[in-house]
Design a protein around this ligand. Structure first.
Ligand code: XIL
Length: 396
């Protein structure tokens, strides 16, 4: 990943400089000159003509790709439509994806509301397209997410059958989805879909969340879900996924208590997904403590949805150098603590939740800049922070 933008601006400005005053014979260049004069002004003041373009302080010239720096998989999110698209933006998206990542997660198309279309009826087509892309490009797929209270198909929300019939529907779905995606293999016979988030966000703070699933199946729906998934595939890695595991100590302790109960009672579970939706200044000291505590369960640890908001308090109107620097540091901290605290055998990987800032679920009409690439896919200084952390450079 090289940033060519600044160089291109310099070259373009040079071309424009050569052609100035010779409108008939100069090279044909597109666009109004106003658009390509970042170092000067829009007027005709000759004193600004030779000014060197000011470099964008929010991006840098990356020389290392994330997946080459890390000793564990590095992932990001995709959708079937973006993978199929040949637009300029999506072509760049796929170039960045293939250069920097070796694992992918479906942003929304492998959730229940998309795949479970009617009673006993499933549509796995978007997921299949994602898996096919992964197979073609040598990527791992992390399945996300079988049961999440925010992704319930409307027909299931309104299901008029008995609680037993409701449970049978959920059981049928979990088993069908896991069994279906277990079929995809690479040429060496290894599964493409390595893992599933079986249940997402079971906890609301330190308490079990009141949801359709607790209401109709009971609080132990989560144990049943992990058992159903295991019955459908003896090998796929089964994860519990949640947010604020770092930053909210009572919630973390509740999750660790549940996981230990699973282990004691032989309920199948392989890993914990820490979503890692961070702010530039939060969490601070709790971040390494959380990664340590989750590692201490002995399970796989996945930083499953990493992003870093810089405008949580809505107090800035554009990205500032101070916030960009704080974000760079927070990305470095996440990468560093994961790399240095989690034992290698438990490092399932780090997954970023998006590419360009404008693609983020937290973009909020352009009022936050949570990710690693600007809107032209240039690597932001946040990317430099993550690279430094993955390289073991201590951020403190
Ligand atoms: C979000 C996606 O990014 C959005 O496109 C979708 O509309 C809603 O879900 N925690 C999760 C993810 O586990 O599935 C969420 O993804 C972000 C919060």
């Amino acid at each position: 990943m090289k940033i060519v933008k600044v160089l291109m601006i310099v070259m373009f400005a040079a071309v424009m400089g050569c052609s100035s005053g010779s409108d008939d014979s100069g090279p044909q260049v597109g666009g109004p000159t106003d658009d390509i004069n970042p170092g000067g002004s829009d007027d005709d003041d000759p004193s600004t003509d030779d000014e060197i373009p000011v470099e964008d302080p929010f991006v840098y010239d990356a020389t290392e790709d994330l997946k080459d720096v890390a000793s564990f998989p590095i992932g990001n999110i995709v959708s079937a439509n973006k993978l199929a698209s040949t637009s300029t933006d999506n072509t760049t998206f796929k170039q960045v994806l293939n250069a920097e990542y070796n694992s992918i997660t479906s942003e929304y198309q492998m959730k229940m509301n998309i795949m479970f279309t009617a009673p006993d009826t499933y549509d796995f087509s978007d997921g299949d397209a994602i898996v096919a892309y992964a197979k073609e490009n040598g990527l791992r797929v992390h399945g996300h997410a079988l049961i999440w209270h925010e992704a319930i198909p409307s027909w299931l929300n309104e299901f008029a059958g008995t609680d037993e019939e409701f449970e049978a529907q959920v059981e049928g779905f979990v088993k069908a989805a896991v069994a279906h995606f277990a079929e995809a293999e690479d040429d060496g016979g290894n599964p493409i879909v390595a893992s599933w988030d079986v249940v997402n966000e079971y906890f609301d703070g330190a308490a079990v969340r009141n949801s359709l699933f607790t209401q109709r199946i009971g609080n132990d729906f989560i144990k049943k879900a992990f058992q159903w998934a295991r019955e459908a595939d003896p090998d796929v890695k089964l994860f519990y996924n949640d947010y604020n595991i770092a930053g909210q100590v009572d919630k973390r302790n509740a999750i660790i208590g549940m996981v230990n109960d699973f282990i004691t009672n032989s309920i199948p579970i392989d890993g914990i997904g820490m979503q890692m939706h961070l702010n530039h200044d939060w969490p601070s000291s709790d971040l390494p403590l959380a990664i340590q505590a989750i590692s201490d369960t002995g399970l796989l640890v996945h930083l499953s949805e990493l992003d870093v908001k810089v405008n949580y308090g809505d107090d800035i109107n554009s990205l500032t150098e101070e916030r960009a620097g704080a974000q760079e540091l927070q990305y470095q901290r996440a990468g560093y603590y994961y790399t240095t605290i989690v034992p290698a055998a438990q490092q399932f990987g780090i997954t970023l939740w998006g590419f360009r800032d404008r693609d983020s679920w937290l973009y909020d009409n352009g009022s936050d800049w949570p990710l690693l690439y600007d809107n032209d896919f240039n690597t932001k200084v946040s990317h430099r922070g993550l690279v430094a952390g993955l390289n073991g450079e201590n951020p403190e």
